[in-house]
Design a protein around this ligand. Structure first.
Ligand code: NAD
Length: 421
């Protein structure tokens, strides 16, 4: 029997400067953080972190996970600050989370709706946070939050209630249009433009995590002429140096057994403890699109690619990137620069919701064409600028992430704040 509280409240948390002289991560303390508690029992049900509002209110997804921690929400909110700033969006960084098993919620829609409603009521007062979909939440959940906020505000024209809502309600289908994959494609195309020795045509691509981001990235890179030689999900890794069949991959993905049900030709299959071997398959482009810390000091020596295209958030840490860059000459394109297609879509949706002239302009051009072209231009400009800065340093030892970080931090404070929307 699932027992939800009668009410949740957002209790502000004191912001402590880090006491640790050797912190494991480099996130600065957030501007605001809240614990979502049941006032009856004091039990924590989740967190909201508004990391930084220098560019605007903190925009970032609502995650539902059974083992969610404050540190995870904080880390993701900081990543959103970097993403939104680097993409020159008029938003800061934020993130929220509820501690619950999303699998239980998938089978109990009325419980999910009650939980989302408790979240919306508790977070309405946090006027510097804007939600979006993340793991465990979908467009209908965002619409529910938006409806509750609309009732309270007396209007449907507001940005407070979040983005990533259903199309028929004015939303942009972030996942159905593969917008994050679109930004990954744009990054690779920018690289091809900058490096005469790098060609997307016939490039071998290996994708860890054949989910929404991974499968869309496969399709888009394949359409651009690349060969998908490896793919994995939680069940199975598949490898064929002559290329996997995209249609068969897609139907396997939609089947119960996932990629274990792939019926095309493969040279090797990996599963269980050997699943991560796929990351070591030779290729030009390796796309980690599953989970954090896929590439670490444990497998760095065996990674055999030219470019790591970060679909997932934090699939690799900074020290490993230095090692790969300086010892192996493997380029790693940072998550907060290249996997931002989804949040760019959210920003367009929010602006269209409150500015009729902008909405008309976008619709005239065609919504999907407009969003894809904005994603393409944003990512190309950023990748080109980061390479220009690296070149300006005159050393091969600096990594992409360093200059990307500098760029994102400068745009947090630059006056007047440039907006590319
Ligand atoms: P998803 O749930 O649709 O797909 C994840 C895939 O990874 C699934 O196929 C799963 O089976 C697979 N997987 C899990 N563990 C694995 C493992 N150990 N080895 C191989 N495969 C494994 O999720 P998604 O929306 O595609 O997101 C993937 C990653 O991209 C996440 O890290 C997410 O935070 C990040 N991301 C997503 C978006 C977005 O728009 N969806 C935007 C930016 C970043």
């Amino acid at each position: 029997m699932i027992q939800l509280p009668n009410r949740l409240i957002a209790e502000p948390q004191p912001i402590k400067p880090t006491q640790n002289r050797f912190p494991a991560n480099s996130e600065p303390p957030p501007e605001q953080s809240f614990r979502l508690i049941d006032p009856g029992t004091g039990k924590s049900w989740g967190y909201v972190v508004v990391d930084n509002t220098q560019r605007g209110p903190g925009l970032g997804g609502l995650r539902i996970a059974p083992d969610l921690t404050f540190q995870e929400v904080h880390r993701l909110a900081y990543a959103m600050t970097l993403k939104n700033s680097a993409a020159n969006l008029p938003f800061g960084g934020g993130k929220s989370g509820l501690i619950f098993d999303p699998i239980i919620l998938n089978n109990a829609p009325e419980i999910k709706s009650a939980l989302i409603s408790l979240f919306a009521e508790a977070t309405f007062a946090i006027d510097q946070y804007i939600s979006a979909p993340d793991m465990g939440t979908h467009e209908d959940d965002l619409q529910q939050i938006h409806d509750i906020f609309s009732r309270k505000l007396g209007t449907t024209q507001h940005i407070r209630g979040g983005a990533g809502r259903p199309t028929e309600k004015g939303g942009i289908p972030l996942d159905d249009w593969g917008l994050t994959a679109h930004s990954l494609l744009a990054a690779i195309q920018a690289l091809e433009h900058l490096d005469e020795h790098f060609h997307l045509r016939k490039a071998r691509v290996v994708i860890q995590g054949y989910g929404n981001v991974g499968s869309w990235t496969a399709r888009k890179l394949h359409q651009a002429g690349a060969l998908i030689t490896g793919a994995s999900d939680i069940h199975m890794g598949l490898w064929n140096p002559e290329g996997l069949d995209l249609d068969l991959l897609q139907s396997a993905r939609q089947s119960r057994g996932g990629l274990s049900s792939y019926t095309g030709k493969v040279i090797k299959r990996f599963s269980g403890a050997n699943l991560d071997w796929l990351l070591e398959a030779p290729c030009e482009i390796l796309v980690p699109a599953a989970r954090p810390d896929a590439i670490t000091s444990k497998n760095a020596d065996r990674i055999d690619c030219r470019v790591i295209l970060q679909g997932a958030n934090t699939p690799i840490n900074k020290m490993t990137e230095y090692y790969l860059n300086n010892r192996r000459r493997i380029l790693s394109l940072s998550d907060f620069i290249v996997n931002v297609g989804g949040v760019i879509g959210c920003a367009v949706e929010l602006k269209m919701g409150v500015e009729d002239t902008y909405k008309e302009r976008v619709q005239k051009q065609g919504l999907r064409e407009y969003v894809e072209s904005l994603i393409h231009s944003t990512i190309s400009r950023n990748v080109e600028e980061i390479f220009a800065r690296l070149k300006g340093r005159g050393s091969n030892d600096a990594i992409f992430r360093e200059e990307a970080l500098a760029l994102a931090r400068e745009r947090l404070t630059s006056q007047p704040r440039e907006i590319w929307l």
